[in-house]
Design a protein around this ligand. Structure first.
Ligand SMILES: NC(=O)c1ccc[n+]([C@@H]2O[C@H](COP(=O)([O-])OP(=O)(O)OC[C@H]3O[C@@H](n4cnc5c(N)ncnc54)[C@H](O)[C@@H]3O)[C@@H](O)[C@H]2O)c1
Length: 452
């Protein structure tokens, strides 16, 4: 019988720890992705440690509190009872068996990938790395990031001369690496998180097997692909597919408006086709951390291959223009009432980037508010999820949520986010004029409504 190598021992040890739910899972980035993931592992009785550089988040979690609307404090407390803890102390990385990185991947001011959060995290992990650990990147990014950015830093900066496990005979002093994209759809309660298959690309087959075992304990299905880059590209294909199709319906909506057709009626009718058509819906512009951002990770990378991703650029152009279309619709609607934007009192309803969630990132509402203000409107907003809008990466509004009453005082109410809690009948009854960017007033007949 061939002797068992150190590499095999490391692999078998981690696999058996995962199977027995004894593997210590460290999750880096306690945000919209990392915190729910930590709770899922904790529910399955894995010992979980959450890492973050945001001291307020660590303090809140340590006190058993939550800062994400859809996560109740009780869930954090239940996780704490199962051994969950939160820290900003990276030296604890050495005690982890598996490390999952869920940090932001925004665009910089030149609209290019900002990998500083990924590289910052990787520099912090590297000195504490030990043989046999599994490191998984979940942040959405361009194909090649795991292998070309994360692995070299980990290999160069760890203190024990460890190498990432690759195909071929194991060398013993190694750690395992994989990429697995997050596929959460915030606010979607129709698909249980467990039922969303998890795509996994390992740097070698053992890393893939370990990552599949780890995710297999909280997801019903794992989908192994041949490499981290294939998994990175899978996530981008999914998001680009959405981005391009949303741009398509946004463009067709503008044509329908000009032709006097109702795009929503047309989409509903087309959706009755039992094959070959998947509905996408127009809106005031893209929002969120993913769809407006991720496609440009690929167009940036494509340039390295002397390749232009024209669909991505065209979709970006159309979607970016949508808040300006909303502005034009508000202007046209006020004009019908012999009023101008300059000096008009406008209430923007909904600032979250989509309905029923507490996420403002890249929200088209923010652009629409800024555009209205720039043209001289006195803008107020209402959103049940945001009592205040302060400063973000690209805006500094310092506005307080208005009360949802006396709507007749506004020259125009603009529905930008169609939260389920709004009583649209009441809104139309009370308002002088309603510009509806989401078809939220469907079924309500009134000359006050301008659908755009
Ligand atoms: N939010 C979503 O719905 C969603 C869905 C799919 C994919 N993603 C992707 O997942 C990744 C994370 O997104 P998110 O929405 O959770 O972001 P987020 O901003 O909500 O959370 C990221 C967290 O990482 C922390 N962080 C930043 N640098 C750190 C460091 N060096 N060490 C430790 N913590 C650090 C931040 O303080 C923050 O708490 C992104 O790449 C995003 O594109 C997000």
């Amino acid at each position: 019988m061939a002797p068992i190598s150190v590499a095999e021992t490391l692999f078998d040890l981690l696999k058996s720890k995962i199977q027995q739910r004894q593997a210590r899972v460290g999750i880096i980035g306690m945000g919209y992705v990392g915190l729910p993931l930590a709770l899922l592992y904790s529910e399955q009785k894995f010992p979980v440690t959450g890492f973050d550089i945001d001291a307020r988040k660590i303090e809140t979690l340590s006190k058993g509190g939550s800062y994400i609307f859809r996560i109740a404090a009780e869930e954090i407390q239940a996780a704490k009872n199962n051994g969950f803890s939160a820290t900003s102390d990276y030296s604890q990385i050495s005690q982890m068996d598996a490390i999952i990185i869920c940090v932001p991947t925004p665009l910089d001011e030149y609209h290019e990938p900002d990998l500083s959060f990924i590289t910052g995290t990787t520099h912090s992990i590297a000195p504490h790395l030990r043989a046999g650990q599994l490191v998984i990147l979940e942040s959405t990014t361009y194909p090649g990031t795991t292998e070309e950015v994360v692995v070299p830093i980990l290999e160069k900066e760890n203190k024990a001369g460890l190498k990432a496990a690759r195909n071929g005979p194991g060398i013993g002093k190694e750690f395992f690496v994989a990429f697995s994209p997050e596929r959460e759809d915030p606010g979607n309660t129709t698909v249980a998180r467990r039922d969303i298959p998890k795509v996994v690309g390992g740097l070698n087959s053992r890393a893939a097997e370990l990552a599949c075992a780890l995710y297999g304990s909280i997801f019903n299905r794992t989908v192994p692909v041949s490499s981290p880059a294939a998994a990175e590209m899978t996530k981008l294909l999914e998001n680009i597919y959405r981005c391009v199709n949303i741009a398509l319906v946004n463009e067709l909506k503008m044509l329908c408006l000009r032709m006097g057709l109702d795009i929503w009626e047309v989409i509903d009718a087309a959706s009755t086709k039992p094959f070959g058509f998947h509905p996408f819906y127009p809106g005031p512009g893209l929002g969120g951390h993913c769809i407006p951002v991720d496609p440009f990770y690929l167009s940036w990378k494509a340039k390295e291959f002397d390749f232009r991703t024209r669909f991505i650029e065209l979709a970006g152009e159309i979607n970016t223009n949508m808040p300006y279309q909303v502005l034009a619709s508000v202007s046209g609607a006020l004009n019908q009432h012999k009023k101008s934007i300059n000096g008009a009192k406008v209430l923007v309803l909904g600032v979250a980037y989509k309905k029923d969630i507490d996420d403002l990132r890249e929200s088209p509402s923010l652009t629409i508010i800024e555009l209205l203000q720039k043209d001289g409107a006195q803008v107020s907003y209402h959103d049940p999820y945001f009592p205040f809008i302060g400063k973000g990466r690209k805006y500094d509004l310092q506005m307080r949520c208005a009360e949802l009453k006396d709507l007749g005082q506004y020259d125009c109410v603009v529905i930008v986010t169609d939260h389920s809690d709004y009583d649209y009948g009441m809104i139309v009854r009370e308002a002088q004029l309603v510009v509806d960017t989401r078809n939220a007033t469907r079924g309500i007949e009134s000359s006050k409504i301008v659908r755009c």
